[in-house]
Ligand binder design. Structure first.
Ligand code: FES
Length: 235
């Protein structure tokens, strides 16, 4: 049978026995002592923090997952995650902040707040939806007819009457913008654009590069061919 150690709980002063190798969260819960937890003991929520009042030499060291959450500051805070702490001797721990009644009340509050919010959500019935849809369709049809008539007025209006007052005519879309100045100095002619004659020096460089590429391509072809021959020979 495995060893057991005494755990004195503060503030109640109750003393319970905990088996060696069993973490405090599991061991205390088994004895119906409430320790808060949201992650189920996977060292991700920090809800199960307890304070070691005495016997700090009789607890297992914090694993990496606990250090990631709490940092390496146990010597200052004396706090540990119950789900990551096992015992090697008798200890006293403080579980004041683990209050089942207040936690349950908070949870209830949260749930009831949610159902109150739910009451304000407007749920439309089928006839309402149909009515709204038909109203929107009417609006769209009206708008389309208006746009059509505007287009007719605008179409080739300059030919119809060049002297007409166009101040009330609908504006054409996407017009009135000058084309942007195209800065030819920024074009890299050496790389990909040969529409402008190159200087003698650049022309020479380009010819050299093309020659090297050609030689490389020929060489690659030869290597592939010799590979094929070698494979045939092996077969
Ligand atoms: S139970 Fe979540 S960190 Fe311990």
């Amino acid at each position: 049978m495995s060893k057991t150690y005494k755990v004195t709980l503060q503030p109640s002063g109750e003393v319970v026995e905990v088996e060696e190798g069993k973490n405090l969260l599991v061991a205390l819960r088994e004895q119906n002592i409430y320790i808060k937890s949201s992650c189920g003991g996977h060292a991700t929520c920090t809800d199960c923090i307890i304070k070691i009042v005495s016997g700090e030499d009789y607890i297992t060291p914090p694993p990496f997952s606990e250090l990631k959450l709490l940092g390496n500051v146990f010597h200052i805070t004396k706090e540990r995650l119950a789900c990551q702490t096992c015992l090697t001797g008798d200890v006293t721990i403080d579980i004041t902040k683990h209050d089942r009644v207040s936690d349950e009340a908070k949870l209830k509050n949260k749930t009831s707040n949610f159902s109150k919010k739910k009451q304000h959500i407007k749920i439309r019935k089928e006839p309402d939806i149909k009515k709204i849809r038909s109203e929107r369709a009417d609006e769209r049809a009206k708008e389309a007819i208006e746009n059509l008539s505007k287009a007719e007025v605008w179409k080739k209006h300059w030919e119809k009457n060049p002297d007409a007052d166009t101040s009330n005519a609908p504006k054409s879309l996407a017009g009135g913008k000058r084309p942007k100045f195209f800065d030819t100095d920024k074009v890299d002619y050496e790389k990909n654009d040969y529409t402008r004659p190159l200087s003698a020096e650049k022309q020479k460089l380009r010819d050299e590069r093309l020659e090297t590429e050609k030689l490389k391509a020929e060489n690659d072809k030869k290597i592939i061919a010799s590979d094929k021959e070698y494979k045939k020979f092996r077969e």
